[in-house]
Design a protein around this ligand. Structure first.
Ligand code: CA
Length: 234
């Protein structure tokens, strides 16, 4: 499930898209203008923004430009919607850093496919896709984790943490990045909370032989290593 913010001033379009996204299993918020969108993003960073170009007041393109200039929202996936279809506008939309671009009128099926493609590329942990790294298999739809030795029982936070680490194997994540992506960046929690949950995760994996896949990277954070590359020290 992805958290998606729709920025659209035409209620009929916003509601239609929202209905379809909810049907697809996503959590949807709607903002009717730039200020409302900005407040919504400040309160909670969405996994993706569907952004209309033509809005009352500040246009979508300007909002996209501001988000791209801000460290917190720089990576936030943006799909732009617009009634304009001239090539120069498409170029401008992509220039400010929109991840994709769709001209109105659009088919809902195409919009949903484009959104899924952007999420797969930029926020794969928000999709209910099963992941496997080495001998570990994780299925978000059933909330199950499977190791060769059997099922692994995890608490909800450890499950989300493992899922995030498995989605980006080999990548080093700082504690603050893990807090943002696993706990949500609107939540204020101490960084050492991450250490507590990493320990619980390693404990839960102890009997599977997979605990050493979760590596501490000194001074940087944590990484899930593929088994062939996992260090013996863990
Ligand atoms: Ca509009």
């Amino acid at each position: 499930m992805a958290h998606i913010l729709i920025v659209e001033d035409e209620p009929a379009i916003a509601e239609l898209v929202a209905m379809n996204l909810r049907h697809d299993g996503h959590d949807v918020r709607i903002a009717g203008h730039a200020d409302e969108a900005q407040r919504s993003v400040q309160a909670e960073l969405p996994d993706l923004v569907l952004l209309d170009w033509m809005l009352p007041g500040e246009p979508g393109i300007s909002l996209a430009r501001r988000w791209r200039a801000d460290a917190r929202t720089r990576q936030m996936p943006i799909v732009m919607l617009t009634a304009r279809s001239q090539e120069s506008d498409v170029v401008q939309g992509l220039d400010v850093g929109a991840d994709d671009y769709l001209a109105k009128p659009f088919s809902t099926a195409e919009l949903l496919a484009r959104i899924r493609a952007v999420l797969r590329r930029k926020a794969p942990e928000s999709l209910d896709t099963a992941v496997q790294v080495g001998p570990l298999k994780l299925d978000p739809t059933t909330m199950r984790v499977q190791a060769p030795s059997g099922a692994v029982h995890l608490g909800p936070t450890e499950f989300r943490l493992l899922r995030y680490l498995m989605t980006y194997p080999e990548r080093v994540h700082s504690r603050s990045q893990l807090l943002d992506r696993v706990w949500g960046d609107h939540v204020f929690i101490e960084e050492r909370t991450v250490d507590v949950h990493i320990k619980r995760l390693r404990d839960a994996l102890a009997d599977t032989g997979c605990a050493t896949m979760i590596e501490t990277v000194r001074g940087a954070g944590y990484r899930l290593a593929k088994p062939a590359l996992a260090s013996q020290a863990g």
